[in-house]
Design a protein. Structure first.
Length: 78
């Protein structure tokens, strides 16, 4: 008779994985973030972008963002 082991449950796999990561020096970190697909978030983002765009300093603000954006550096490499 062999030693048959029963398959691990999902909770057991998760626990084992977390134990291995802790042994490697990692620490679990979880965050709740806004659901960007929700209608509430979409409406908030729309209002926020309109407020920024209609700001008296909109051009200067965008110039600053463009100046520090890594995307500009990547675009220039093409």
């Amino acid at each position: 008779m062999g030693t048959e082991s029963k398959p691990m449950t999902s909770a057991e796999k998760t626990r084992a994985y977390r134990e291995r990561k802790r042994a490697q020096g990692y620490r679990l970190m979880q965050r709740w973030v806004p659901d960007v697909n929700s209608e509430e978030f979409k409406e908030w983002a729309r209002r926020a972008s309109l407020a920024v765009a209609s700001s008296p300093s909109a051009k200067e603000d965008q110039d600053f963002v463009d100046a520090i954006s890594i995307l500009n550096d990547l675009k220039d490499d093409d």
